[in-house]
Design a protein around this ligand. Sequence first.
Ligand SMILES: O=P(O)(O)OC[C@H]1O[C@@H](O)[C@H](O)[C@@H](O)[C@@H]1O
Length: 280
Amino acid sequence: MEFKAATAPYADVTIDSVDGAQATLSRHGAHVVSWQAAGGGEQLYLSSKAQAGAGQAIRGGIPVIFPQFAAEGPLPKHGVARTGTWTLSSRGRDADGRGRAIFTLADSADTRAVWPYAFLAALHVTVGGASLDVELRIHNRDDAPFTFTAALHTYLRVDDIDHARLSSLQGLHYRDSAHGNTACIETDDPLAIVGEVDRIYFDTPPAVELRDGRRTLRIGQRGFTDLVVWNPGAEKADALTDLDADGWRQMLCVEAAVIGVPVTLDPGAQWSAAQTLEVL
Ligand SMILES: O=P(O)(O)OC[C@H]1O[C@@H](O)[C@H](O)[C@@H](O)[C@@H]1O
């Protein structure tokens, strides 16, 4: 099923580059819902059943996960950023003609009700040529230190999950969240996705590559130490009411993350990390 991101009511901000690359975002979660590389077509998966109501996370695109990854602590699953209403601080083109948008999210009564800290999160999104760069910045505006985990939970579009192969993970330690959180070491290179896959790889290299029938994508990260690979598989996908039937066949989440060693920020301190996607 082909989803037209531009027609979704929540897809309210579009940026483009002089060479024809384009990204569409939502103020709901500062969520990238579509990325079209110049001449390369749509690169992200977005469910046609995605919802963006209060408290809902858009299924697909790039959810911003902060200040808690998954159920790694007492907060709501995946934290508060993906369901918050962000402010569009700027939109335009940089000196190289790339499209650029900056969104911000400050603490509010809603966030402080679950996480009692003053913060400013900013998401810098840059699109141009064959690349998309998404950078998350966190500023501690509190007078106490705080600790967080975070991720860019990117849903990559694939032609058929059976043909998807992820390289450069061999030898890495990972936690297998789909199989009792067991500690494992990756033996496969490349990795094929069979059934439910839900893994946190630690101390990952600066880039991995995803190949499927259509294309090869380089997935780079800086500042993020870990990488999550997630596909629910057929059975778990059935329980996700906002995922298309067979949507799990068209997506693979490759998430730039910081989980294994949470980040602690002193008052006034800042942290940033990014994921860069490039069609090769
Ligand atoms: O359904 P949600 O809340 O968007 O989470 C989706 C998935 O997100 C992944 O990052 C987690 O590793 C999975 O365990 C989780 O199921």
